[in-house]
Design a protein around this ligand. Structure first.
Ligand SMILES: Cc1ncc(COP(=O)(O)O)c(C=O)c1O
Length: 398
């Protein structure tokens, strides 16, 4: 008797690289490891928010435990809309916002709900590692344009050529994961114009939108409101990744399609996190919390960058103006042969107890590069992590 069929595309998906590392870490319990790989916040949400949340649960009767409408509570959608506008984004009605079960669920919703006649999407390499597997599993073909060191700017001509081949959407994070790049006004305009000229979506994935240390975030949705969908999450700010709340905003019709996706996959976004979103986004104290968060993360970024510059002078590491990561080009030490950074990462963990994420996770051309998280560990541990990494590179045999 044959086995019943297992869906091939899903079975064939490589696991998420951060999940693979979680499994390695599980086997190393008790070992003092400096974790530069996890894309996690390093500060807990503020006490006032947790107290308000507690009170809302205690005094709310049955309501805070119930289902919500498929796209989320109107009050929560209004709160997200308000925050987007207050931080420099477009002015939105609650009907132009849909809540999802985490940021990754919002990515799945757009890939599924905004696919068009071409069946192709355009990604910028290095590209966040969830995009390609998810697109492929949904039967979409990813095309790539490559952004290059030292500053990983969006390459104009290759971008135009790729969009002219016909794509349903351009999908990229801003601020970027892994490079920390923040789109310039010119890049945002170029992307938005291309989307308009070719009847494509521009999907800007913005979970790091409030973690900007220098410069300011441009919201492409203000430039081409009919063609841009923005995505976000509460995972990085206020920092509740396990509570799984994300969102998408854009034209009402697109939002209605995404709402259906949420309805038939999770029924409604997590209620508890919606309650938290209402309390956080509507409270003036969020500004003070964000100021503290940014100050601390900037300090951590500078500590890690300073240590890398001192210990690995041939590394090329842009000073990420936003986000959670430094993206280190180590080809000056390692070369760029495929697989070399994966082997280095294994060696660094096994022999030097430092966990890093290999560039290969962000595309085949990314060998020789590493993504290093600066938000999770405190400054002195970041410096220690850089020291361990430098030692690992020194005695790495290839
Ligand atoms: C670019 C990007 N998009 C989406 C997400 C997903 O966020 P969430 O943890 O809310 O699923 C992440 C998280 O690391 C991310 O880096």
């Amino acid at each position: 008797m044959a086995l019943p069929v297992v869906s091939e595309p899903w079975l064939a998906l490589p696991g998420s690289p951060t999940r693979r590392l979680d499994r390695v870490l599980e086997g190393l319990r008790g070992v003092d490891i400096v974790n530069l790989a996890a894309g996690r916040p390093g500060l807990a949400p503020p006490g006032w928010l947790l107290e308000a949340f507690h009170e809302r649960l205690i005094k709310g009767g049955l309501a805070p435990f119930g289902y919500t409408p498929s796209g989320g509570l109107r009050e929560a959608r209004e709160a997200v809309a308000r925050d987007i506008e207050e931080t420099g984004g477009p002015s939105l009605s609650w009907r132009e916002v849909v809540l999802t079960a985490g940021g990754q669920n919002a990515v799945a919703a757009v890939l599924h709900g905004l696919r068009g006649r071409h069946g192709r999407i355009l990604l910028v390499e290095p590209a966040w590692f969830a995009y390609e597997p998810l697109a492929r599993a949904m039967g979409l073909e990813p095309l790539y344009v490559e952004s290059k060191p030292p500053d990983y700017r969006i390459p104009e001509e290759p971008l135009k050529e790729a969009v002219e081949r016909g794509v349903d959407m351009i999908l990229l994070p801003d601020p970027d994961n892994p490079t920390g790049r923040l789109l310039t006004e010119g890049e945002a305009r170029l992307l938005a114009d291309l989307a308009v000229d070719h009847d494509a979506w521009l999907v800007v994935d913005e979970p790091y939108r409030t973690l900007v240390y220098e410069g300011s975030k441009v919201y492409p949705a203000k430039l081409a409101p009919g063609n841009v969908v923005g995505l976000g999450a509460l995972s990085k700010d206020p920092g509740v990744p396990g509570w799984r709340l994300g969102y998408a905003y854009g034209p009402e019709e697109a939002v209605r399609a995404l709402e259906r996706f949420v309805e038939f996959t999770v029924y409604c976004p997590p209620r508890a996190a919606q309650e938290l979103a209402i309390l956080y986004f509507n409270d003036e104290r969020k500004w003070e919390f964000r100021r503290i968060l940014r100050e601390e993360y900037r300090r951590r970024r500078d500590a890690l960058l300073g240590a890398l510059e001192r210990l690995l002078p041939r590394a090329r590491v842009p000073r990420a103006p936003a986000g959670m990561f430094l993206y280190a080009d180590l080809t000056g030490y390692l070369g760029g042969e495929r697989g070399v950074t994966e082997r280095l990462a294994e060696h660094a963990l096994a022999r030097h107890a430092v966990l890093v994420l290999p560039g290969e996770a962000f595309g085949p051309s990314q060998a020789g590069r590493l993504r290093l998280t600066f938000t999770y560990e405190p400054p002195e541990r970041l410096v220690e992590g850089a020291r361990r990494l430098a030692e690992a590179i020194q005695d790495f045999k290839g």
